[in-house]
Write a protein that binds this ligand. Structure first.
Ligand SMILES: C[S@@+](CC[C@H](N)C(=O)[O-])C[C@H]1O[C@@H](n2cnc3c(N)ncnc32)[C@H](O)[C@@H]1O
Length: 286
C-alpha cells in the first residue's frame, strides 16, 4: 500500500466530511437552530474524526490482507511438503541403495517423479529419451531395471553434470539400462526461430522409434521469457513412435504453457493432459 497516497485520500475524506458538516451547521445557524460559532468547530471535529477513521480502516484492512496472504502462502508450502512426502513414500518401492535428492531447484519433485514412474510402469516404453539428466535419470533407470525392460538415453548440455549423473548410474548398477550422453547447446533453427539447444549425438539420430520423451532441460536461460525447451518436439517429431508420449516437467511455468500451446498449433494431432503436481506435469500424446 502506498501510505502517502492513503494519507492524502484520508485527508481528502476528512476535509469533505468537515465541509459537509460545516455547511449543515451553517444552514442550522441560519434557521436559528444552532449558533453560527459552531461551524468552524464542527468542520475541524468532523475532518479529524472522519479522516482518522478512514486512515485507521485502510491500515486495518491492509494488515488483514497481509495476514491472509501469509496464511495462504504457508498453506501452499504445507501442501507442497505433504505432496513431496507422499511422493517419497511412494518412491520408496524402488529400493534405491542410497537416498537421492529429489526436489530443490533442479531435480524432479517427488510427486512429479511418481507420475513419471507410474506412466513408465504402465506403458513399458522400449526407448526413452530424456532431456536434462539428474535424479530422474537414476530413478527411471532403477524402474527399468526392476521391470527388466526398456532403455533410457539421457542428454545433458553440461559435461560435468553428465559425468556426475554417470557416476550415480554406475553406483546404482544401471549401466545396462541407461546411457548419459553429452550434448552441448548450439545455436540451431527450429520452426523458423533460433534456439540454443542440444546438439543431438549421432547415435541418437539413428533411433527410429522413441516411445517416451521427457522434457526437463535445457535450463531456462537468463531470458525468462525464452522458450528454451521448445525444440524438443520439432527435433524428435520424426523419430517418435506411433504411441509415443511426451512428459513435460515445470508445466505450470508460463514458458512451458506457451511452449505446449505452440506445439499443439504447430503439430496437429497431439493432445495435452495436465496433472497438478508441485511444478506442473503435462503429458502429450496422439
Ligand atoms: C532441470 S535440470 C534436469 C533435472 C533432472 N531431470 C532431474 O530430475 O534431476 C536441467 C539441467 O540442469 C543441470 N542441473 C541439474 N541439477 C543441477 C544441480 N544440482 N546443479 C547445477 N546444475 C544442475 C543439468 O545440466 C540438467 O541437465
Amino acid at each position: 500500500m502506498k501510505l502517502a497516497k492513503e494519507k492524502t485520500r484520508s485527508l481528502g475524506f476528512g476535509v469533505i466530511a468537515g465541509l459537509v458538516g460545516a455547511a449543515l451547521s451553517g444552514i442550522f445557524a441560519i434557521s436559528g437552530a444552532t449558533s453560527p460559532g459552531a461551524t468552524i468547530p464542527v468542520f475541524i471535529g468532523l475532518a479529524i474524526v472522519v479522516g482518522t477513521a478512514h486512515y485507521w480502516k485502510t491500515l486495518h484492512i491492509q494488515a488483514m490482507r497481509d495476514e491472509f496472504n501469509q496464511v495462504k502462502n504457508r498453506l501452499s508450502l504445507l501442501g507442497n511438503s505433504i505432496a513431496e512426502t507422499q511422493g517419497l513414500v511412494q518412491l520408496s518401492g524402488l529400493n534405491q541403495p542410497y537416498p537421492m535428492p529429489f526436489g530443490g531447484n533442479w531435480a524432479l519433485t517427488p510427486d512429479a517423479a511418481v507420475i513419471l514412474a507410474r506412466e513408465i510402469a504402465i506403458r513399458r516404453p522400449n526407448t526413452i529419451v530424456e532431456l536434462g539428466s539428474g535424479v530422474s535419470t537414476v530413478m527411471v533407470g532403477r524402474l527399468l531395471q526392476q521391470m527388466k525392460c526398456g532403455h533410457l538415453i539421457s542428454l545433458d548440455h553440461d559435461p560435468d553434470w553428465a559425468k556426475e549423473t554417470r557416476r550415480h548410474i554406475l553406483a546404482n548398477g544401471l549401466q545396462d539400462y541407461v546411457e548419459v550422453l553429452d550434448a552441448p547447446l548450439t545455436r540451431q533453427q527450429f520452426d523458423g526461430k533460433n534456439f540454443d539447444w542440444y546438439q543431438v549425438p549421432e547415435q541418437l539420430r539413428h533411433i527410429e522409434q522413441i516411445d517416451m520423451l521427457t522434457v526437463d532441460g535445457p535450463p531456462q536461460t537468463t531470458d525468462a521469457t525464452a522458450l528454451a525447451r521448445y525444440p524438443a518436439l520439432p527435433a524428435f517429431a520424426d523419430q517418435l513412435s506411433e504411441h509415443a508420449v511426451i512428459y513435460i516437467d515445470d508445466a505450470k511455468r508460463d514458458t512451458e504453457k506457451e511452449m505446449v500451446k505452440k506445439w499443439l498449433q504447430q503439430y496437429p494431432g497431439w493432445k495435452s493432459r495436465m496433472i497438478d503436481t508441485i511444478p506442473g506435469t503435462c503429458f502429450l500424446e496422439k
